[in-house]
Design a protein around this ligand. Sequence first.
Ligand SMILES: [Zn+2]
Length: 220
Amino acid sequence: MLPCLLTVLTAFATATGAAAPAGAVPGADVAPVSPQAAAAGFVDVRTVVPDAVIDLRYATPRNFVGVPLYPAGARCLVHDSMAPGLAKAAESLRAQGDVLVFWDCYRPHDVQVRMFQAVPNPAWVAKPGPYARSHEAGRSVDVTIAAYGQLVDMGTDFDDFSARAQAYATDGVSAAAQANRARLRTAMADGGLAVYSGEWWHFDGPGAGVQRPILDVPVN
Ligand SMILES: [Zn+2]
């Protein structure tokens, strides 16, 4: 049974103290990003996808390491090059009554190091290197879909380190979950975002695979 979105939202608000005031226009009250984030070309995804649900699992104990890896108030930061694609993907989903849920966005290098120490298997956790790419460059996101206030069934939870997490898995993944994954992939592809076959929730923006200098940008 997947957690209901209300639980997720409540957990997020509790973790960050970031409950939006009633009647607020989503995205309208997003504080500017830090000078370091701005210098790296990062934006807060809520300014791009105002109705996004932000549930950064690494800011909570609900992740494979079991402890929060991000500070309270962590934001979903993405490189500006992902913005048009994410806006388009969200628009496609919105037309079907779906919203994007962000589980991870920019990931600081030191967090990647801690993750790899916890699961030193490059098939599931990218091995930290001397360069930033993908999440470490703010050019990849981990997302799912919520509809009618509830996470849709994708067949596995986030960071499910099993074959069922592969984007096109069929064994042990219901037809409905396969269709939901396809719905997410189609929307993200509308925005030009690339599917990663190894994990149904991971999508790459333009230039995600390019090796860039390591960033040291605060995630909050
Ligand atoms: Zn990812």
